[in-house]
Design a protein around this ligand. Structure first.
Ligand SMILES: Cc1cc2nc3c(=O)[nH]c(=O)nc-3n(C[C@H](O)[C@H](O)[C@H](O)COP(=O)(O)OP(=O)(O)OC[C@H]3O[C@@H](n4cnc5c(N)ncnc54)[C@H](O)[C@@H]3O)c2cc1C
Length: 416
């Protein structure tokens, strides 16, 4: 059977094979400035790729620092969807891996009745990384790499209109999931803990991540956001009871995720990358790899004059479709279903790395289930990227052009 590849597997090999060029982009002249809107992982990955090829790049960042919305958050760089170690994968893409990481191959998951299950892999399940503007974070490392390559990053600069070559990387535009909780200091040991209980995190999961005396506790919910405050209270109380968590100097933190397979990931002729396009892991929100890979693909499409649409559909869409099916199946489980799976994990001594790797593969059966999954999943996203050739908007809502003077700038539709 042909094995499909999740995002980025053997990317270098596959980039060498011919790509159907349905909408070739014009290759910017070598001296032409390429502008990028957003200094998140997606925008910085694009900037680094372009600068490595000797291009002039200007990144506009709305806030005064990188990773502003994460502010010291801990996140997992997942290591199961690919046959390779994710840090090797980053280096193969030309990205830095010089940031603080904590490899985790074992943790604990609780069911809704407080039963604890060890979840262990023979390989690292994910690397815990820090996000935000501080030292040692993923965002700071990518910023430093970009600057060392000559990229200009302009802070407190909102990109409202994009004339000339460029890439749009402005982050999520609608909340399909939210993760809310606290950052804190703690004497708990390093590690990860999760709880699958819809009374704490509807259709999602509650999690606790600790690295070097600091941590984050969150309810990651996919429904009922209006009651978020209640779910956070329950999540904190549950972790205090189950793990002995004591938060010192807690600071509230949270954010949204946008999960959406776009009709097209172009606004005018400009590639849209990362969560601005909706690229995410529908199951649990491990979006960083999608952000970085889509940034690299968009940059390569500009460098080669190849079709970004063809690239992301080949490299990202199969894995997104698979994760959308995973989400639809997960939504059927409920508390008893989560417990059933956790018990099987325990009685059969699952290798969590192996099981997750299989779960994320876009097997043919997943393709068969995709129409069903699509019918069950509705993104809160109401815009589709714009197909007006000369659109300069940073993003458009259903053909309604937002941004300075954009309406006047829009010309004819693309021929596809
Ligand atoms: C609480 C939380 C926990 C998460 N945990 C994980 C995890 O454990 N693992 C994982 O892989 N993923 C996780 N994610 C998802 C991951 O953070 C995102 O998928 C990833 O950051 C998306 O990168 P991006 O570059 O597309 O967008 P962002 O990181 O949002 O970056 C977009 C940037 O664009 C800037 N911007 C916006 N508008 C403009 C404009 N007009 N002009 C200029 N700049 C602009 C923003 O200020 C921002 O800096 C989590 C997300 C949240 C909210």
């Amino acid at each position: 059977m042909k094995r499909h590849s999740p995002p980025g597997l053997a990317l270098e090999d596959r980039m060498a094979s011919p790509i159907p060029v349905s909408q070739p982009l014009s290759v910017p002249m070598r001296s032409e400035l390429i502008q990028i809107g957003g200094a998140g992982p997606a925008g910085l990955a694009a900037a680094i790729t372009l600068a490595r090829a000797g291009r002039r790049v200007l990144v506009h960042e709305l806030h005064g620092e990188v990773g502003h919305r994460f502010d010291g958050d801990f996140q997992g760089l997942e290591n199961w969807s690919d046959g390779h170690d994710v840090l090797d994968w980053l280096r193969a893409l030309g990205m830095t891996s010089e940031f603080n990481t904590l490899p985790l191959s074992r943790g604990y998951v609780f069911d809704a009745w407080g039963e604890r299950y060890a979840v262990a892999g023979t390989k690292t399940l994910f690397y815990l990384v820090e996000r935000g503007p501080g030292p040692g974070t993923l965002d700071t490392a990518m910023l430093q790499q970009a600057r060392a390559l000559g990229v200009e990053v302009r802070f407190n600069s909102r990109l409202d209109r994009l004339d000339g070559p460029g890439i749009l990387a402005a982050g999520p535009k609608a909340p399909d999931a939210i993760a809310v909780g606290y950052h804190f200091e703690t004497s708990l040991q390093d590690g990860f803990w999760a709880i699958f209980d819809d009374r704490l995190a509807p259709q999602g999961y509650a999690y606790l991540l600790i690295m070097a005396g600091r941590g984050t506790v969150k309810s990651c919910m996919f429904a009922d956001f209006g009651q978020a405050h209640l779910y956070v209270q329950r999540t904190v109380a549950a972790f205090e009871r189950l793990t002995g968590l004591v938060m010192v100097n807690p600071i509230a933190n949270g954010g949204v995720g946008n999960f959406h397979i776009p009709a097209r990931a172009l606004t005018g002729m400009h590639p849209v990358v990362g969560e601005e396009a909706g690229f995410q892991d529908f199951l649990w929100g491990f979006g960083m790899r999608y952000a970085i890979l889509s940034g690299v693909l968009a940059a390569r499409s500009l460098l080669e004059g190849s079709s970004y649409e063809a690239l992301w559909r080949r490299e990202l869409e199969p894995a997104m479709g698979s994760s959308m099916v995973n989400r639809a199946l997960f939504g059927l489980l409920g508390n008893r279903g989560y417990r059933w799976i956790l018990r099987r994990n325990q009685s059969q001594h699952w290798d969590a790395h192996h099981v997750l790797r299989k779960l994320y593969q876009p097997w043919p059966v997943k393709q068969l289930l995709l129409p069903w999954a699509r019918s069950r999943y509705t993104s809160r996203r109401r815009d589709e990227s714009c197909d007006h050739v000369e659109c300069t908007c940073v993003w458009c809502r259903r053909g309604e052009h937002r941004g300075a003077g954009a309406a006047g700038a829009c010309g004819s539709r693309m021929n596809t």
